[in-house]
Write a protein that binds this ligand. Structure first.
Ligand SMILES: N[C@@H](CCC[C@H](N)C(=O)O)C(=O)O
Length: 301
């Protein structure tokens, strides 16, 4: 009797301001998802294609999230397109919540999601399960480390303001977004020892009062069309630059940030909490051939 072939694995595809993700629901954490398998799934030619992968697991079933299970039923096990692990993904959390709503695990209202960057509270307004209605994520407090780095593109160099939103960001205010050049590879930064594991780098211009635009190189994914934690980092950096740090003024401040893939709105409160609001859409669902997760051979020459 021959062994039946392994069952296909369900996936969905979604995006938040065109930061796109493969979603893999695996409530009991039964799937093996090594970095190479994630990179194959995120490959835009040989796989499904995405900036990152959202492995959707019950917190109680994942060793990195078990301690948060009392607070948050679901864990966002986030991976970058190259298979590396990241602590947080702002656009990913909204898409993750949209999936839970679509799958009937939650309704409208508030939800807590466990991430490697801590538990994030998410607020869903009434909308369609596929994607209407913005989602607000309480992203927590930014940490602003003392050290800065200098980012270089060609002849130009900018000192950055470093902001940690659970994951690391280096924010450079520039005159023109074209000055960021080709962001498919990480622009060099010094001293490199500040970020031995790499950093997300945002290039930012002003568009008006409390209105910014950015391009981003994401650690582990290259240039993406949006980065939620990046937009939060940029809003926090701009509030210090503009002298409207809410911890000092006692007044919340809101920045609108335009990204190549859409718009996000961030409010920082006097207690340091940052809220991010934006869309989240599910666009497709299907099945992964199990061989894609285990295949090791390549016919590339
Ligand atoms: N696109 C994300 C950030 C994903 C993680 C990042 N590349 C990292 O390695 O820290 C977002 O929307 O925040």
């Amino acid at each position: 009797m021959s062994t039946p072939p392994p069952a296909p694995i369900a996936f969905l595809k979604g995006h938040g301001t065109e930061n796109d993700f493969v979603l893999v629901p695996d409530p009991d954490n039964l799937l093996e998802l090594p970095a190479a398998a994630v990179a194959r799934l995120c490959d835009r030619r040989a796989g499904i294609g995405a900036d990152g992968l959202l492995h959707i697991v019950r917190s109680s079933a994942h060793p990195e999230a078990r301690a948060m299970a009392g607070e948050a039923e679901w864990f966002m096990d986030y991976r970058n397109a190259d298979g590396s692990i990241a602590e947080m993904c702002g656009n990913g959390v909204r898409v993750f919540a949209r999936y839970l709503q679509r799958a009937g695990h939650i309704g409208v209202g508030d939800l807590a999601v466990a991430t490697r960057g801590g538990v994030k509270k998410v607020h869903l307004v009434k909308g369609t399960p596929a994607g209407e209605g913005d989602i607000t994520v309480h992203m927590g407090r930014a940490v602003l480390p003392e050290e800065t780095v200098t980012v270089t593109v060609g002849e130009r160099a900018w000192p950055t303001r470093n902001v940690n939103m659970g994951n690391p960001h280096a924010v450079a205010f520039v005159e023109d977004l074209d000055h960021a050049g080709d962001l498919s590879t990480e622009p060099p930064f010094t001293p490199s020892a500040v970020y031995p594991e790499g950093v997300n780098i945002e290039f930012v211009v002003d568009r008006g009062e409390r209105h910014l635009a950015l391009r981003v190189h994401e650690r582990g994914s290259g240039e993406t069309r949006s980065c939620g934690t990046g937009a939060c980092a940029v809003a926090v950096a701009a509030a210090r630059r503009d002298g409207v740090d809410p911890a000092v003024t006692g007044v919340p401040v809101t920045y609108t940030v335009d990204l190549p893939g859409g718009r996000l709105v961030m409010t920082e409160h006097p207690d340091g909490e940052v809220d991010m609001t934006g869309p989240a859409v599910i666009v497709a669902e299907g099945h992964i051939e199990p061989a894609l997760l285990t295949r090791s051979e390549t016919n590339k020459r």
